[in-house]
Design a protein around this ligand. Structure first.
Ligand SMILES: Nc1ncnc2c1ncn2[C@@H]1O[C@H](COP(=O)(O)OP(=O)(O)O)[C@@H](O)[C@H]1O
Ligand SMILES: C=C(OP(=O)(O)O)C(=O)O
Ligand SMILES: [Mn+2]
Length: 528
């Protein structure tokens, strides 16, 4: 990908005497312990807590509105504008702040596993553990690549620098600012490491389409026959969990690009939610949490240093960050062919969407643009129980361009490669949130397996009475009644009421897509 070398006054940070450049994992672990930023778990993972900000803070995220971004970005609540002056003033303060620290940490690497499209990035951190996170999550360069590395985008992260909204014109003490002109992401006031990875994803969502590549908020894996599957979904819907499959090689757990030759991971590591994690239910993830992994807001037993994954006292959004290489079943480098199956994951808190259904082309476009799901507890600030949301492309917080840009690209690719698309509800069953329960993970896994291994190709289907999507009557490993939401509710009348309400919400939400062809709603939307 085309890149520009940036200096932008960064040289005082990059070449300052306090700069620790490209430390190795063990060196970073030592730094974390020496600086008392974190502690060590029984398996050698580094544990850090993040204080007040234990999830992303969307209200504190801004994009600089300048001549480059002005007419491209889909401005609004997700992509809030700030002026160049505001950015520059904060930028100068943060650089000055970091110049005066005893030590800072710099990682150079890449975003994008396909060498043709990769973006050289550098991450400049106040915290050693954040730099370790960058090392684990982004793509590591070889020694030769470091020597010639010229960053095309930089993250500067100074969590202990707090903005003053009245002077700095931010929303709070925390800020995540992106300048496409200066090619800088400036983060302050928050210690949540996820801001770094998701802001690189956000800029890739801006840059990749310029090269004809579709960026996607999805996980990806590949089966024995080379069959690639994508799992789109908002946070907590199961991208990471369901893509870690002993029968399939992992490509990546969260962010991918789809080029003319196939899909590639944007990252080099995974960032798994680990609340309730157990070796029995999620062995691949559990066993990847080893030396140098980062555990964020996980509580350890004081003595044994064994993580208590059931402890949500710091947040529901506890996380583990580890490199792909920590898993034993991966594609390396994370590049593969065109997908044959796409799964849209939704966590429906109303419990009316069927747990698995097959979508027509129009239904696929309708559901991709709708992006109906729930925000689950913890990932975003202020969310403490599932909250229904329509998140375009199953990733609206990360999309600088209009949703239709991505949807049109996806539609073309689905046609061109004859991809089958399923909608999988990993959310509630037997009633809405509070009454019913979350779908059993083992059932969801069986449904996914059926979709990926051809069991559903010639299966018997019945259209859902409200959404028209095709629901299979049988799936190996799943009781038949689980497949029909109505049969799982104690009151059929209650189910009908909720389903109708949700269908209405879908239609209401879709009115925002004025320029989308009518047949998408007519043929792809609710049937009531
Ligand atoms: N039926 C289900 N399908 C997928 N995940 C489930 C299911 N039921 C519970 N979970 C839990 O929900 C969480 C999904 O998180 P994760 O896979 O990290 O989501 P994402 O990667 O999309 O953010 C995990 O903690 C997983 O154990
Ligand atoms: C890290 C995040 O998402 P995911 O759960 O999809 O990894 C996030 O949304 O901050
Ligand atoms: Mn994930």
């Amino acid at each position: 990908m085309k890149t520009v070398g940036i200096d932008n006054g960064l040289s005082t940070l990059l070449y300052g005497s306090n700069a620790n450049v490209q430390l190795s994992v063990p060196q970073l672990v030592e730094k974390v312990l020496e600086r008392k930023e974190g502690t060590l778990s029984a398996t050698g993972a580094v544990l850090a807590t993040t204080g007040k900000y234990t999830g992303r803070s969307p209200k504190d995220k801004f994009i600089v509105q300048d001549e480059i971004s002005k007419d491209k970005v889909d401005w609004g609540k997700v992509n809030q504008p700030i002026s160049e002056d505001v950015f520059d003033a904060l930028y100068n303060k943060v650089v000055h702040y970091l110049e005066n620290k005893d030590e800072i940490f710099i990682f150079k690497g890449f975003a994008g596993a396909d060498e043709k499209y990769r973006l050289p990035i550098q991450v400049i951190n106040e915290f050693a553990w954040h730099n370790l996170f960058a090392h684990q999550l982004f793509i590591r360069p070889t020694e030769e690549e470091v020597a010639t590395h010229e960053a095309g985008f930089s993250i500067i992260s100074a969590p202990t620098f707090k903005a003053d909204p009245s002077i700095d014109k931010t929303n709070s003490e925390a800020f995540i600012l992106v300048s496409f002109k200066k090619r800088i992401i400036l983060i302050g006031g928050t210690e949540y490491a996820g801001e770094m990875k998701k802001s690189i994803f956000s800029i890739m969502n801006y840059l990749l389409p310029e090269n004809g590549i579709l960026p996607m908020h999805c996980s990806a894996n590949v089966g024995r026959e080379g069959d690639v599957a994508l799992f789109f979904g908002l946070s907590g819907t199961g991208k990471t969990t369901l893509s870690a499959d002993p029968n399939r090689k992992l490509i990546g757990d969260d962010e991918h690009g789809w080029s003319n030759t196939g899909v590639f991971n944007i990252e080099g590591g995974c960032y798994a939610k680990c609340i309730g994690l157990s070796q029995e239910k999620e062995p691949q993830i559990f066993d990847s949490i080893r030396f140098g992994s980062v555990l964020e807001n996980v509580v350890l037993n004081e003595n044994s240093r064994i993580p208590d994954y059931d402890d949500s006292s710091l947040t529901e959004n506890t996380r583990a960050a580890y490199p792909l290489q920590a898993m034993n079943n991966i594609v390396d480098p994370s590049v593969a062919g065109h997908p044959t199956t796409i799964i849209f994951l939704t966590a429906d808190a109303t419990g009316v969407l069927p747990p698995i259904s097959k979508l027509s082309k129009e239904q696929a476009m309708f559901h991709f643009l709708s992006g109906y799901t729930s925000k689950l507890a913890g990932t975003e600030r202020g969310i403490t129980s599932p909250q229904a949301t329509f998140s375009t492309c199953f990733g609206s917080p990360f999309l600088p361009l209009p949703a239709t840009t991505y949807a049109e690209m996806l539609g073309k690719k689905i046609d061109e490669h004859n991809v089958q698309v399923f909608l999988v509800n990993t959310g509630w069953t037997g009633g809405e949130y509070g009454v019913g329960n979350r779908m059993k993970l083992s059932y969801t896994r069986s449904m996914v397996q059926a979709a990926l291994e051809g069991e559903l190709t010639n299966a018997e289907f019945q259209p859902d009475p409200y959404f028209g999507v095709n629901v299979p009557l049988h799936v190996t490993g799943v009781p038949d009644e689980v497949l029909q939401p109505k049969k799982t509710w104690t009151s059929e009348a209650e189910y009908d009421k909720k389903a109708r309400e949700l269908a209405e919400k879908f239609k209401q939400n879709f009115t925002k897509f004025q320029h989308v062809p009518n047949n998408i709603l007519a043929l792809g939307g609710p049937t009531v």
